[in-house]
Ligand binder design. Structure first.
Ligand code: SF4
Ligand code: SF4
Length: 210
């Protein structure tokens, strides 16, 4: 993810999850925990704070579930079918379009909270989340740090109400991070990071299983 055009301070970067190996900054991951229940109206939301880039493979999988996503986010429907929600940034890299106020077009409001129609479509269709939702979204507030290219916590994470600092010295990794790493990098990867954290290791290297 990168900050969207309202707060653009970084260059667009391709999704970094397609790697042969992934270094994880365990100390960074241990520093916060995340509880996502969908943002309330007026709260700062990750779905309106960043532009989301997807790979061609992710884009194809998203297009397949558009009819289902449009049942939750009706603005995706047009007279002739479905809205074109992707902007080509460069060859092999597309970003998801946003509304004028920066909200991702796959977001929708329900019960005064912001939800992801791709997440809802995956649940409705009984599909694994990783088959539908962009991997950068599954990982957030984890991302790849600039320069070092290590999986760590996004610099601005604590600006969001769903993230909070952890007790100093705790070696217990937020369950949501373990699950996200498992979804994105494959079975066993989340547990590898959790166990390395419990052993007191500061970094670990994953070998993604897909
Ligand atoms: S992760 Fe946080 S900022 Fe993003 S939708 Fe959930 S509650 Fe909102
Ligand atoms: S794809 Fe879903 S989770 Fe990702 S930014 Fe859009 S609405 Fe949010």
């Amino acid at each position: 993810m990168r900050p969207n055009t309202r707060t653009k301070t970084k260059l667009k970067r391709p999704p970094q999850h397609q790697r042969a190996s992934v270094d994880v900054d365990i100390e960074s991951l241990l520093s916060i925990e995340n509880r996502c229940g969908g943002c309330a109206q007026g709260e700062r939301c990750c779905c309106s704070s960043f532009d989301v880039c997807v790979t061609p493979a992710e884009m194809k999988r998203i297009i397949k579930v558009l009819p289902s996503a449009a049942k939750f986010a009706s603005h995706l429907r047009t007279d002739g079918g479905y809205d074109n929600v992707f902007d080509e940034e460069e060859q092999g890299l597309h970003s998801i379009d946003t509304t004028e106020d920066g909200l991702c077009l796959f977001a929708y409001r329900s019960k005064r909270r912001i939800h992801c129609s791709l997440h809802s479509a995956a649940a409705a269709l009984g599909l694994p989340l990783a088959r539908v939702k962009p991997k950068v979204c599954l990982l957030w507030p984890l991302h790849f740090s600039e320069g070092e290219e290590v999986l760590s916590i996004h610099d601005d994470a604590l600006v969001f109400a769903c993230n909070s600092g952890t007790e100093k010295g705790s070696r217990e990794l937020c369950r949501g991070f373990v699950d996200a790493i498992e979804l994105v990098y494959g079975a066993g990867c989340g547990d590898q990071v959790r166990q390395a954290a419990e052993r007191g290791e500061r970094r670990t290297r994953l070998a993604p299983r897909h």
